[in-house]
Design a protein around this ligand. Sequence first.
Ligand SMILES: [Ca+2]
Length: 402
Amino acid sequence: KFTCCETSGSIGVCPLTSPRPRPQECPSTHDLLNSLRQVEKMLAVHEASYQQGLRSLRKKMSALHNSTMAIFKTATCSKPEPPAHGRRLGRVFAIGHEIHFLCKPGYELIGPRTRVCLDSLRWSGQQPMCRPSSSSSSAASSPPPVSSTSPTSSSPPSSIRPSHCTHFLGSTRCTCDVGFTISGRSFVCVSDIDECRLFPLGQPGRLCVHQCENTPGSFHCFCPAGYDLSIDGRSCTDIDECENRMHNCTADQVCVNTYGGFQCATVECPHMKNATYIKTSPMRCERNPCMLGDKACTQAPNSISFHFLSVVSNMSAPRVLFRVSAARVLGDTLRFGLAGGRGRGHFSVQRSGRQTGTLLLVTPINGPAAVEAEVEMSELEHNNLLGRYLTKVTLFVSPYEF
Ligand SMILES: [Ca+2]
């Protein structure tokens, strides 16, 4: 062990073990500085390896998170059985999806009509059951009168009616009255249940995200133009016209896929009085060098980047839409803000890091709409403007909430 002791004006190191530090030959300042540099270097190496370890740990954590999320996404609730004398609507049992229950004519549902697969992978509510309904129990228990004719206004509504069958050359053809449908092979007509009316649009337990059409004995979901019906039979998936080359954008336009359609966007560099711009990439314009002392030119944005985002209508807010980061910082201060008056009511810009600003949606936007926001990042050194960088974000809002 060593301690430092003074020797005639210069700093040195002397042994601790000796009871009284005796001035001796100490390393020179130069040697000490060298040692310090060595230690610094060693620390730098340690720091680098520590940072690398941290990065690899973060990567592993993120991979673990993603795989966990993947398992979570594919996790489903157990397949629920339809109640006796009833049926189940809905084929997807993943988290957040709904199933519905209906009873056969002559039965009424006891319990919830709709159950949701919860995060806990259990269905909400209790399993419902079908009980013979008191009003039509006679019709259900006794065989239907074969000779009855079409009902009059005075006859009680019955859910079961005979079919009108014709036999011709060994084959049998049966028809039912309007609103009734043939039930299996029993040749009786049962009143069709209008599932669409039972679970109307806009209600929590709706069958279709867009449009529902009742069909004899069943129903069918429809999607608006620009969407395909999803595999679950109830939701709508956007068609990517840009990816599928179904667009008519010209070569100098950018095809932007939107929910329910697409947009042909034109990226045009601004025409300013004091500065000229050149397109350096399909989505970016940069200012040409300014003449020495041309202040108006140097205050014009150094670069303008264009970004197009597609979102659904009425998206909840607040929500992060976009992040703007400085790749390298020359000055001592970075400022982020909304430039121009566009989209003031809908957006705000917040700082989310030393070199990052975030564009936030603060109020929901009802589609269809195209809304613009300009995020400005300015770089300063001792309060002098070094540069301004504009990011123009255009939000294409779908007419629907999907
Ligand atoms: Ca589309």
